[in-house]
Write a protein that binds this ligand. Structure first.
Ligand code: CP
Length: 307
């Protein structure tokens, strides 16, 4: 495995996370540079994406590199039966870095095992989404002025939600208190609850998105119930609309509360929240550009200043 790959957020330690956050701030102040001139980045998206793919590609373009790849695997030779191994080996002949989203958990780790070039996991099934976590941490830091000692409420699909799994792992360094709000079908998996216990992170579980939970929160992290993860569509129909945040529910919340969502949303956050100063999900997505510029430079071994 190329050591500059980023498959799981646990591949990097606290020091590296903080360095990437300082570099993200540098890129927010200096987004346009030519430091990737001569570099080719391949974006291989076997699953749909708007933000992740476009922000990675924008990040490369703004730094003077070139992008190849696909957003629809049905137009590639994988539809003829080419294996993931062969696809990765072929793309490695052309590119300096692979950014890959795949519907199978473990696909990104597997890709690192069949190529010498770095691989960034842009989401693998219900497993991990580490670049999302870097932009989430950057958003939390920007809005709270710190990462330590925050109460973070994770709401919705905690079972299949790769963004919450990665975020939970990253918060091990920052003494969080979590509220896990989910119906019994979509609760945080046992392995992540055990991870919290092992790392001394406090958590409460609830099926009720109560005023008390909202009042205690510094961050509310809403998530979409992901239809694409269900094998039984009736199961999805049963749980898809259980958690919804509207503007009235934010009355009485802390001044510093910010509402995050990795997006896309379906109906977890009413549009009346968009005008609240506590809504931060669109800025959060914008922060993805800067966080991903830092992640790409790390993957390619390019030294950049920190701010
Ligand atoms: N947050 C996120 O991964 O969004 P996309 O699916 O649009 O990339």
């Amino acid at each position: 495995m190329n050591p500059n790959s980023l498959v799981s957020i646990s591949d990097i330690d606290k020091e590296e996370i903080l360095r990437l956050l300082r570099q993200a701030r540098y890129f927010e102040n200096h987004p346009n540079q030519r430091i990737l001139e001569g570099k080719v980045v391949a974006t291989l998206f076997f699953e749909p994406s708007t933000r992740t793919r476009l922000s990675f590609e924008t990040a490369v373009n703004r730094l003077g590199g070139r992008v190849i790849g696909f957003s629809d695997a049905s137009t590639t030779s994988s539809s003829k039966g080419e294996t993931l191994k062969d696809t990765i080996k072929m793309v490695s002949n052309y590119a300096d870095l692979i950014v890959m989203r795949h519907y199978l958990e473990g696909a990104a780790r597997y890709a690192t095992e069949v190529t010498d070039i770095p691989v960034i996991n842009a989401g693998d099934g219900a497993h991990q989404h580490p670049s999302q976590t870097m932009l989430d941490l950057y958003s939390i830091y920007k809005t709270q002025g710190r990462l330590d000692d925050l109460t973070i409420t994770l709401v919705g699909d905690l079972k299949y939600g790769r963004t919450v799994h990665s975020l939970l792992e990253a918060m091990q360094y920052f003494n969080p208190t979590f509220n896990f709000v989910a119906c019994k079908e979509l609760q945080m998996p046992a392995e992540y609850r055990q991870f919290c216990t092992d790392k001394g992170m406090r958590y409460e579980e609830s099926t009720d998105f109560s005023p008390e939970v909202i009042a205690s929160s510094d961050i509310i992290y809403m998530t979409r119930v992901q239809r694409e993860r269900f094998t039984d569509i009736m199961e999805y129909e049963k749980v898809k609309n259980l958690y919804n945040l509207n503007a009235a529910m934010l009355e009485g919340s802390k001044e510093n509360l910010r509402v995050l969502h990795p997006l896309p949303r379906v109906n977890e956050i009413d549009q009346d929240v968009d005008d609240s100063p506590k809504a931060y999900y669109f800025q959060q997505a914008k922060n993805g550009l800067f966080a991903r510029q830092a992640i790409i430079c790390r993957a390619l071994g390019i030294d950049i200043p920190e701010e």
